[in-house]
Design a binder for this molecule. Structure first.
Ligand SMILES: C[S@@+](CC[C@H](N)C(=O)[O-])C[C@H]1O[C@@H](n2cnc3c(N)ncnc32)[C@H](O)[C@@H]1O
Length: 231
C-alpha cells in the first residue's frame, strides 16, 4: 500500500471528506496497478518528472529504490510544495528534489536513471518531442509514460496532437484540450525521440462509447494511455 494518500486528497471539501479520501485512494491504487512499476526497485535509480505531491516518488522509495529524484516546475512554482514537503518530512524521506522543467533535463547535470516516470505530464508539454529526447538520453532501463490520449471519432490511428501553447498560456486557449496525443502519436514520438522498444500497456476504456461521443459533440474525447519505453 502506498504511503501518501493523505497528502493528495487536498483540503477537506467539508461535506464528505471520507468519501473524497476513499475516491482518491481508489484512483491512485488503480493507477499503481495499471502502471506496471517494478515491485522491487532495489538497485534502481528513479527520476519522477512532474512529481507534484510526490506520491509516486515516495512509493518508489518504499519499493527500495537506491536513489529517487523528484522534479517539477509549474505546480511547485505556482501552488507551492507544501504537500510534497510535508510527506517528505513525515516519512523522513531521502527523496531528492529539484525545481526543473522537463524541457531542461540534462543528463550531464543530473545523470542517468534506471526508471523514468512521466505520469500525467505529457499533455502539459509545450515541446513534447524535445522533452522526450532529453528523457531518452537519461533513461537507462525503462520509461513509463501515462497520459490522456486523444480519441477522435475517426483518424484515431493517425499521429495527431492538438496544438498546445503551454500551461503558462492556458487562459488564452480557445479549446479545452491540451497537447493530448493519439496512441499512435505517443508511440511514434517515443520512437522518434530515441526509444527502441515501445510497448502499449493500457488503452483508454469505453473507447467506442467515447468515439460516439466525439461524433455527437463534434469534439474529440480522451482516455488513459500507458506506455513502457526502453532505450
Ligand atoms: C497532472 S499533474 C501529475 C502529477 C503526478 N505525476 C501524478 O501523476 O499524480 C502534472 C504535473 O506535471 C508538472 N509539469 C507540467 N509541465 C511540466 C514541465 N514542463 N516540466 C516539469 N513538470 C511539469 C505540473 O507542475 C504538475 O505537477
Amino acid at each position: 500500500m502506498a504511503r501518501t494518500h493523505e497528502f493528495i486528497t487536498g483540503p477537506d471539501s467539508g461535506s464528505a471528506p471520507f468519501t473524497k479520501e476513499w475516491r482518491v485512494r481508489r484512483r491512485f491504487d488503480r493507477r499503481l496497478r495499471l502502471l506496471g512499476i517494478p515491485e522491487d526497485l532495489t538497485g534502481w535509480s528513479v527520476l519522477d518528472v512532474g512529481a507534484w505531491h510526490g506520491y509516486f516518488s515516495f512509493e518508489c522509495e518504499r519499493r527500495g529504490a537506491d536513489r529517487v529524484l523528484a522534479v517539477d516546475r509549474f505546480a511547485w512554482d505556482k501552488f507551492g510544495m507544501d504537500e510534497f514537503l510535508a510527506a517528505h518530512e513525515r516519512y523522513q524521506s531521502r527523496v531528492e528534489y529539484q525545481h526543473l522543467d522537463a524541457h531542461e533535463l540534462d543528463v550531464d547535470q543530473i545523470g542517468k536513471f534506471d526508471l523514468v516516470l512521466v505520469l500525467g505530464v505529457f499533455y502539459h508539454l509545450r515541446n513534447p518531442v524535445a522533452a522526450l529526447e532529453r528523457m531518452a538520453r537519461l533513461t537507462r532501463r525503462l520509461l513509463i509514460c501515462e497520459t490522456h490520449v486523444l480519441l477522435p471519432f475517426i483518424h484515431e490511428r493517425y499521429p495527431l496532437v492538438p496544438f498546445f501553447p503551454g500551461d503558462e498560456r492556458t487562459d488564452e486557449q480557445t479549446y479545452d484540450l491540451c497537447g493530448i496525443p493519439t496512441m499512435t502519436a505517443l508511440t511514434e514520438m517515443l520512437r522518434f525521440s530515441g526509444f527502441n522498444e515501445v510497448d502499449i500497456r493500457y488503452r483508454p476504456s469505453f473507447r467506442y462509447w467515447k468515439k460516439l461521443m466525439a461524433l455527437v459533440t463534434m469534439r474529440p474525447q480522451s482516455g488513459r494511455g500507458i506506455v513502457h519505453a526502453r532505450p
